[in-house]
Design a protein around this ligand. Structure first.
Ligand SMILES: C[S@@+](CC[C@H](N)C(=O)[O-])C[C@H]1O[C@@H](n2cnc3c(N)ncnc32)[C@H](O)[C@@H]1O
Length: 282
């Protein structure tokens, strides 16, 4: 993988400057950051602290809270053909839960790319996975270097979705698999949507993928797959209790919770749904 962040000067400062020019993320709040920074950076750092205290068996369930269930990750592993040594780039990989799951269950060789420094640090410390600060719209990865790409729960947080998919296509080998978890909406921003989120519609997502050089091979809804096993659910619940006990009074915790609550409300009311897709680079 050439063009690592350190070699290109593509670092966090550069990202922040570019985001500031773009007006993205959109709203600075009383806590001093944006709701998305609270959700994806601050909570990522707290996640690492709490997992270190609770024990390594909490790392994967805690690291997958913003993502797919074990059944969803199994579906992505199967459809994308992830196996020993697969060079998997997890775009917007967060604290590394899904990539850590892929390592444990297949022996894959993932790299996490995420704009949030605390998330990259957590992925590296909790799972020993190489993690690079960068955005999906400008990946610090060489052309065709990835055997497979995952992008889970990220598309709705990215404004330039076309740029994201074109960039993923650039780094993926010809014929390589793309595994997606996408929250699709009945409109781009239903009332009450979380700050900074814009949801593609089903038709919009299909057009975006086709125009970026992908063919959709399989699709399912996350809700149609089995719920997590009891031990996974118990660890997630215990982690949530510990996180709340440590940080429940912090305005950034409240902000991050509000973001999740807004998304859950939209899902409950049928405005958004989480879809898993397997696409192939044409
Ligand atoms: C809902 S979380 C999902 C994290 C992880 N993929 C998972 O499934 O557990 C969304 C992630 O997208 C990242 N993100 C936000 N904007 C991004 C961008 N422009 N490019 C890549 N990742 C981004 C966030 O930092 C966050 O880690």
């Amino acid at each position: 993988m050439r063009r690592a962040a350190s070699e290109t000067g593509w670092g966090w400062d550069g990202l922040r400057v570019r985001w500031a020019f773009d007006g993205y993320p959109p709203r600075v709040t009383g806590s001093g950051g944006t709701p998305m920074e609270a959700e994806f950076d601050t909570v990522a750092g707290w996640t690492e602290e709490v997992v270190v205290r609770l024990g390594p068996e909490y790392a994967i369930p805690a690291g997958c809270r913003g993502s797919a269930s074990p059944a969803g990750l199994g579906w992505l592993i199967r459809t994308c053909g992830i196996g020993p040594g697969t060079r998997l780039v997890d775009v917007g990989g967060g604290v590394g839960g899904p990539a850590g799951y892929a390592v444990r269950h297949t022996g894959a060789a993932p790299v996490v790319v995420d704009p949030m420094l605390a998330a990259c640090r957590a992925a590296s410390r909790l799972f020993g996975i190489p993690a690079v600060a960068g955005t999906g719209e400008r990946l610090p990865i060489a052309d065709g270097a990835a055997d497979a790409v995952w992008c889970l729960g990220v598309v709705c947080t990215v404004r330039d979705k076309r740029g994201l998919f074109r960039e993923i296509h650039r780094v993926l080998r010809a014929g390589g698999p793309l595994g997606l978890l996408v929250v699709v909406g009945d409109e781009e921003r239903p009332a009450g949507a979380p700050e900074g989120n814009t949801f593609p519609t089903d038709d919009g997502l299909r057009d975006l993928l086709r125009d970026s050089g992908f063919r959709i091979d399989a699709q399912t809804d996350l809700d149609d797959l089995p719920v997590p096993p009891a031990d996974w659910a118990a660890r997630t619940a215990e982690f949530d209790r510990a996180l709340r006990a440590d940080h429940g009074d912090d305005p950034r915790f409240v902000e991050a919770q509000d973001q999740s609550r807004r998304l859950s409300t939209l899902a409950r009311d049928g405005h958004v749904v989480a879809r898993l897709l397997h696409a192939v680079a044409r």
